[in-house]
Design a binder for this molecule. Structure first.
Ligand code: GTP
Ligand code: MG
Length: 259
């Protein structure tokens, strides 16, 4: 496993922000809402009696019926707000919830936590209605913590994505790891393709205009051929194809989703 020191640093930022916050927004990716819930954030919030709201961000990428399923699952544990930073969905609802919890309190800090690339900084910009936090499709954009004043008594805290002890391959499936840094991108792409075939294989057909095979590796090969990504001998360039697919997934170009 790589970079234990970085993991520890990110985990300790999460702990610190959680400790100083009154409210926690746990931002998750609506396409993989359960996978992007973070058990460290949730258990710490419970332990410390913080109000935690799960923000189902990127809701513009999934159908409403799917969101309903995700909501009923997550609402067993925490209140949920459907949100899209891109399409301005859920802004009023989330602001009301934050303001309700902040009533009559002199200062309220709202910690915005979640995996890399789920849209934490974008959620902050949308709530603030101004671009105050830097965003990027590249996971790991936000490094330190950043305080943003939302209202007279309310401050939002932007944070780097939390990566607790997890393999880079698992993080990559969540869109939380830079594909170019993977040791074996083809393995991860095959896993991702397998999940997509199980859940919504049309997404691959739409994105790459191929007829998906039931076999994920064969599908990777078909996509490579279609993209014309070849190595010098004329064979498919699996690594390059894999990275392209992983980036397309990160960027929301592949319309698949699962619980
Ligand atoms: N489709 C869609 N994309 C979004 C939404 N919110 C954020 N994104 C995109 O997701 C990517 C990551 O957004 P950020 O706001 O930088 O995510 P972050 O969680 O702050 O990322 P780190 O700082 O790297 O942990 C960017 O390419 C955003 O444009 C949304 O509501 N819908
Ligand atoms: Mg960020």
């Amino acid at each position: 496993m790589e970079k234990p020191r970085e993991w520890l640093r990110e985990k300790s930022i999460a702990k610190k922000v959680l400790t100083e916050s009154n409210i926690v927004l746990e931002v998750v990716d609506s396409r993989i809402p359960l996978l992007t819930r973070n058990s460290v954030v949730e258990s710490l919030a419970k332990e410390r009696n913080k109000s935690l709201i799960v923000v189902l961000n990127k809701a513009d990428l999934v159908p409403k019926e799917f969101l309903d399923k995700a909501i009923s699952e997550i609402e067993k544990d925490f209140p949920v707000v459907v949100f899209s930073a891109h399409k301005n969905i859920g802004v009023k609802n989330l602001l009301e919830k934050i303001k309700d919890l902040s009533k009559d309190k002199p200062i309220v800090k709202v910690g915005v936590l979640g995996y890399p690339n789920v849209g934490k900084s974008s959620v902050i910009n949308t709530l603030k209605k101004k671009k105050v936090a830097t965003t990027s499709p590249k996971p790991g954009m936000t490094v330190g913590e950043k305080l943003v004043k939302l209202d007279e008594n309310i401050y939002l805290i932007d944070t780097p994505g939390i990566i607790t002890l997890e393999f880079q391959e698992d993080l990559a499936l969540k869109g939380s790891y830079i594909p170019d840094k993977l040791q074996n991108p083809a393995d991860v792409a095959v896993k991702l393709i397998e999940k997509i075939i199980q859940n919504r294989k049309e997404a691959l057909e739409e994105s790459y205009k191929i007829k998906v095979s039931q076999d994920p590796l064969e599908t990777l090969e078909l996509i490579g051929k279609k993209l014309n990504y070849k190595v010098s001998g004329g064979e498919v360039d699996y690594d390059r194809t894999a990275k392209k697919i992983l980036w397309d997934w990160i960027k929301g170009h592949i319309k698949a989703y699962w619980l």
